[in-house]
Design a protein. Structure first.
Length: 265
């Protein structure tokens, strides 16, 4: 738990922020996990984007609805999705996309929100989804397009192991994370050939599922981490994956955007 929420930190931050002159602008979806529990990751994401020349705006929005969806509470999730489609459609575009830090939260825009949309906002939901990106996905594309300068980074040698998030694998592309991290000079980035970490959202937190959750993690993920050299950096896009890694092998893992931020000169 951080000392403040990301939204409160951002509100104070922009009061002292000078205007951006590059013309590059992104909207950041401040999901409930990042806002309350992973605030430092959100701060580093904003600072990294700003250092890379982007104006970062957190628009008005609610929670993602992911927690409702995970428990099958579709009616509540439908209300949230409708509000988001109406709120964000006027400002999100190809030039001003919406990016998010927690895969399971941001990727609801590309999956469930379209399925939940009523006929009167269905076209809006589809149009919005086209301009919503998981942050690694966005950064990898911008790097490939030459919009982020490699000279911003230190050239220290880094060995990075990546545990992919299940939502990211299903709805985005884990290669985006590998490409973004490989942009750091002298980095060696390796994907752990694992499936689910075992946490599966809130599944692994529940007493009756704990043993099974750990057994899943022990199939590939945890042995790979235990064999890794001490100086290996572990990247895990999902908040649930990071908790599973900490509880399972007592190692700290990092969101890819944290690693990118910390690699800046």
């Amino acid at each position: 738990m951080y000392k403040t929420t990301l939204k409160k930190w951002y509100s104070n931050h922009i009061k002292h922020k000078t205007a951006n002159s590059t013309g590059k602008k992104v909207y950041l979806f401040c999901d409930e996990f990042t806002n309350y529990n992973d605030t430092e990751i959100g701060i580093k994401a904003i600072l990294f984007l700003e250092k890379s020349g982007y104006e970062v705006v957190i628009p008005e929005h609610m929670e993602s609805g992911r927690t409702w969806l995970s428990k099958g509470l579709i009616r509540e999730a439908k209300k949230i999705s409708r509000q988001h489609i109406e709120l964000l459609s006027p400002v999100i575009s190809e030039k001003t996309p919406l990016v998010g830090i927690e895969p399971s939260a941001i990727l609801t825009f590309r999956d469930e929100y379209i399925d939940l949309a009523d006929d009167d906002i269905f076209d809006k939901a589809k149009a919005l989804a086209k301009n919503v990106f998981y942050i690694d996905e966005f950064l990898a594309a911008e790097m490939a397009a030459g919009k982020i300068d490699k000279a911003l980074f230190k050239d220290d040698v880094k060995n990075i192991l990546v545990q992919g998030h299940c939502h990211q694998k299903a709805l985005s592309n884990i290669n985006a994370t590998l490409k973004a991290l490989s942009f750091i000079p002298n980095s060696k980035v390796t994907l752990i050939p694992s499936g689910c970490c075992g946490m599966a959202g809130s599944f692994g937190y529940e007493k009756e599922h704990y043993d099974l959750s750990m057994q899943i993690g022990e199939l590939v993920l945890m042995p790979a981490l235990l064999k890794a050299p001490e100086d290996t950096i572990v990247a895990a896009p999902g908040t649930s994956c990071r908790h599973q890694i900490k509880d399972g092998v007592a190692k700290k893992s990092f969101h890819p955007v944290e690693i990118l931020h910390d690699a800046l000169k």
